[in-house]
Design a protein around this ligand. Structure first.
Ligand code: TYM
Length: 329
């Protein structure tokens, strides 16, 4: 059995991109592997958050994990800040990283572009992510394509730690879909679907009202021509919609091409909307039940206890290897 670890930031609305790129694999992996899934609130504060909104979004995201199909009897679900060792190991890893390698992170470059002042937390963000992963000795990290570079940095830091302080950590592997690893905006397939896009028509939020989802898909940009064909280079918009369809309806890309041969975009988009809704509608119903029941707090408590047991042991071992004087007596 491999150990699996991943996290999602509670910064605003969760999108269909997060669901397809990350959560869907979380739900799959919990059946066969030992899984830890976090709400990464310490990462969310690398950009300013309203305190009241942060706690609400943190609880909402934890409930969404369960609503999406994560079973707390199979996987540990917890809040990153409830396991205090993350912040401490994050600092230790920050001291192992170089400015140059952090400056090369494309997510940092994108977020910092055009800004006069950039938070230091945003810069060292990947070292906390490395700590998140290594603190559980995780083997597999299910993420979307945009996190691949952060995992590569984690792999470099793993080797650096091992060569300086003795072989201790294993090198984690990213676990990424072949299709749907990067779901693109509905209004522009050259951009990643993102909750921070100012145009709400560009993304589908998991908690969008159902009629809004229908409208957003009806308005989604399509390429010229009318053929439903998977060809990301020449038909990026339709290829993106096909990836979404493939995940929501459990159909392969050739099956979709065959189904809509000679039919144009109209019926394809209508069926796509229904496929997306068939995933999101039951998820929303479960989400509201979970929020009303208040059961999430007990789930998070148990998750944090299990995670802390492992995390505290790793932190103690790392500190000993690094030469910290440990308290005695
Ligand atoms: P975050 O919160 O930005 O995104 C959460 C997950 O969703 C994936 N994702 C997408 N996948 C496909 N298409 C999209 N348009 C799309 N948008 C987002 C992301 O790749 C991610 O898997 N740094 C991480 C959180 C994190 C983490 C970790 C992940 C913190 N510590 C340790 C793994 C292991 C992040 O900001 O994800």
């Amino acid at each position: 059995m491999s150990r699996v670890l991943s996290g999602i930031q509670p910064s605003g609305q969760l999108t269909l991109g997060n669901y397809i790129g990350a959560m869907k694999n979380f739900v799959k992996l919990q059946e066969t592997e030992e899984c830890f899934f976090m709400v990464v609130d310490l990462h969310a504060i690398t950009v300013p958050q309203e305190p009241a909104a942060l706690s609400e979004q943190t609880e909402a995201l934890a409930a969404l994990y369960i609503a999406a199909g994560i079973d707390p009897s199979k996987a540990s679900v917890f809040i990153q800040s409830h396991v205090r060792a993350h912040a401490e190991l994050g600092w230790l890893f920050t001291t192992l990283a170089n400015m140059g390698e952090l400056e090369r992170m494309t997510q940092f470059k994108d977020k910092a572009a055009g800004k006069e002042s950039v938070g230091a937390g945003l810069f060292v963000y990947p070292t906390l992510m490395a700590a998140d992963i290594l603190i559980y000795h995780a083997d597999l990290i299910p993420v979307g394509d945009d996190q691949k570079q952060h995992i590569e940095l984690t792999r470099d830091l793993t080797q650096r730690f091992n060569s300086r302080f003795g072989e201790y950590f294993k090198t984690p592997e990213p676990y990424i879909h072949k299709v749907g690893a990067r779901i693109m905006s509905l209004d522009d397939a050259s951009k990643k679907m993102s909750k921070s896009n100012p145009n709400p028509g560009s993304f589908i939020a998991l908690l969008d009202p159902i009629d809004v989802i229908r409208k957003k898909i009806a308005r989604a940009t399509t390429d010229s021509g009318m053929e439903v064909r998977f060809d990301p280079a020449n038909k990026p918009e339709v290829s993106n919609l096909m990836s979404i369809y493939s995940h929501c309806a459990d159909l392969t890309l050739p099956e979709i091409e065959e189904r809509y041969q000679g039919q144009g975009y109209g019926s394809f988009k209508k069926d796509l909307a229904e496929a997306v809704i068939s995933v999101i509608e039951p998820l929303q119903a479960r989400y509201h039940e979970i929020r009303e029941s208040g059961e999430i707090h007990q789930i998070l408590k148990q998750g944090a206890e299990k995670a802390s047991n492992i995390a505290d042991r790793t932190l103690a071992e790392v500190k000993e290897r690094m030469g910290f004087l440990l308290p005695r007596g």
